[in-house]
Design a protein around this ligand. Structure first.
Ligand code: ATP
Length: 260
């Protein structure tokens, strides 16, 4: 049987090479991603910043093997991605919890599907429930939780599958400003406790500067084209009012003015 992952030279955790995506046919073709090269290092926190409709989610779906690129390839650990797999944990903007399952039931779903024994999967689920700060809420149902708490469950659920890579697609877009800041702080705390390669999509410049080791911006005018790359050399925890933080935020704002 053909392997879902084909061996490629190993350099980066994730490598997107010559990636492009168009939908539709010749009469009605929509170019969503222009030819793109993007490489992500192991344990890096990469932020992809771009306006609505710039192809961010499409890029993520291709990285996760949920969508086939029109041209180019994605490799993980040097192996070509040809379909979805356990290497990747996904957290979406919309809450995707099972409403009929408790917090514990949602988080232990992945380990259960992987065939872990009951006591083992309980242990794994409890570890991540504790990590995201939901100790005591194990038996609550999604409708009993706030938006921020639901996204914590989504993050715990993704981590419980032990993926090497976490893709977070505007996970805090639906939260109020204060909860969002709290969740950004939590995201960094969790990432520092359990290092993973993280790719995080947002349209919020402040959020990008707070979170990223590196920020790549997508051009809003040309479909899905990488515009700028910023190495964020600010110590953590970052301070939204720090002068260097504000300078970088302004620089990205200025350079994105034409495209955001
Ligand atoms: N399956 C599809 N068929 C046709 N067009 C699609 C499909 N998926 C996405 N698109 C189009 O691709 C473009 C980019 O969508 P995408 O969701 O990737 O952008 P985005 O940057 O994540 O947007 P947002 O921030 O608004 O979620 C949109 O114009 C969208 O309509």
């Amino acid at each position: 049987m053909e392997s879902r992952l084909e061996q490629q030279p190993v350099n980066y955790k994730i490598s997107c090479t010559g990636l492009s995506k168009s939908f539709g046919n010749n009469n009605n073709k929509v170019d969503v991603l222009a030819t793109m090269d993007l490489h992500v290092k192991e344990n890096e926190f990469l932020v992809i910043l771009g306006p609505g409709q710039s192809g961010k989610s499409t890029l993520f779906r291709i990285m996760a093997g949920m969508e086939t690129p029109s041209t180019g390839t994605v490799t993980i650990d040097g192996k070509k991605v040809t379909g979805p797999g356990p290497e990747i944990g996904f957290v979406f903007q919309r809450y995707t919890l099972f409403p009929w399952k408790t917090v514990l039931g949602n988080v232990e779903m992945g380990p259960k599907l992987r065939g872990l024994a009951k006591n083992e999967r309980r242990e794994v689920a409890q570890h991540y429930i504790d990590l995201v700060g939901l100790k005591g809420f194990e038996n609550h149902y999604p409708h009993q939780l706030s938006g921020g708490m639901k996204q914590r469950v989504s993050i715990a659920r993704a981590y419980a599958n032990n993926p090497k890579i976490m893709l977070l697609d505007e996970p805090f877009g639906q939260l109020d400003a204060q909860t969002r800041i709290l969740m950004e702080q939590e995201t960094i705390r969790i990432w520092e406790a359990e290092k993973r390669t993280v790719c995080f999509v947002t349209n919020n410049i402040e959020e990008a500067v707070y979170l990223g080791d590196r920020i790549v911006t997508l051009d809003g005018k040309l479909p899905g084209k990488l515009s700028h790359v910023y190495e964020v050399d600010l110590p953590r925890p970052r301070d939204f009012t720090d002068l260097e933080f504000l300078k970088l935020r302004q620089k990205i704002t200025d350079e994105s003015q034409l495209v955001l």
